[in-house]
Design a protein around this ligand. Sequence first.
Ligand SMILES: Nc1ncnc2c1ncn2[C@@H]1O[C@H](COP(=O)(O)OP(=O)(O)OP(=O)(O)O)[C@@H](O)[C@H]1O
Ligand SMILES: [Mg+2]
Length: 310
Amino acid sequence: MQVIAVMNYKGGVGKTTLTANLGAEIANLGQKVLLIDLDPQANLTFSFYSMDEWREELRKDTTIMRWYEGDMPGREIALQDLIVTPPTVNDQLTETGGRLDLIASHLKLIDIDLKLAARLGGGTTLGESKRKFLDLHGCLARALQHERFQEYDLILIDCAPNFGLVTKTAIVASDHVLVPAKADYLSTLGIQYLVGNCDTLVAEYNDYAAHGAGADRPIQTRFLGVVFTMVKFYANKPIGTQQYYIEDVRLNGEIPVLSGVMRDSPRHFGDAGEDGVPMVLRSPVTDEVVVEFRTLAAEIQRGIDKGIAR
Ligand SMILES: Nc1ncnc2c1ncn2[C@@H]1O[C@H](COP(=O)(O)OP(=O)(O)OP(=O)(O)O)[C@@H](O)[C@H]1O
Ligand SMILES: [Mg+2]
């Protein structure tokens, strides 16, 4: 079982669209995939459930908010008890042997994020503060060690566009981080901050884990790379300005750049998941953009395998 956090604290760059389609593509290959929606906007959840279904079937008892609330995440309910199997998309997967499960989000998760952050403070000794840091940041990592999660081949976590505590629990819980980004000035500038912040978090966690009294395991979260999204093509190549920013990140070398991209195509991605089924399962298998996405998914899968082999 491998865990990937799909994150970028820049909003609207295609994180959720990538997560939904990547999950569906890999499930379509016969694998068992779990998607975790950690964004209070809950767009990933609404890619698989209508607002009415969410309200009637999920809102009260079966969202990630229930798990994060309380004194310490996981005290009220076990994470595995929140797993649901969205029916519409899974109807399309019956022949494949694959499955796409979800842990849904809740719009009030935003309040929980702030409350969790407040809980970090208040330690009276350095040891106590470090203990709190490890307990809170490592909560999702510990929960995912439960045997129920080992049945999945892949867990994809869709993060909110921020670097709040909930997002940090996802980074600590992940083997890999995948960064969707637009090829423009501000987005590529943001990637440097993001890499730096993630590296600092991992280093701090491992420092505390190594010197603390607890049994916390060091983490080895690594960047799978940047996936450029909403890329505009002209004559089979990204348009000049976008090509410039893509090359800039590649040459910078701080984080790998995947050769596959998600092209700008409102026709394919604009209404992603509106009917409960992501684009890759809705469009003809020969569609150029579907083929392109499949190549990207295969590249990501190879990146995961390489990480395991290291
Ligand atoms: N490749 C694409 N081509 C065209 N439109 C796209 C593409 N990818 C995503 N979109 C559209 O862009 C919008 C933002 O995408 P998405 O919600 O996936 O981004 P996000 O990074 O998850 O946003 P947020 O930061 O708000 O969570 C959506 O309306 C989506 O349908
Ligand atoms: Mg999103």
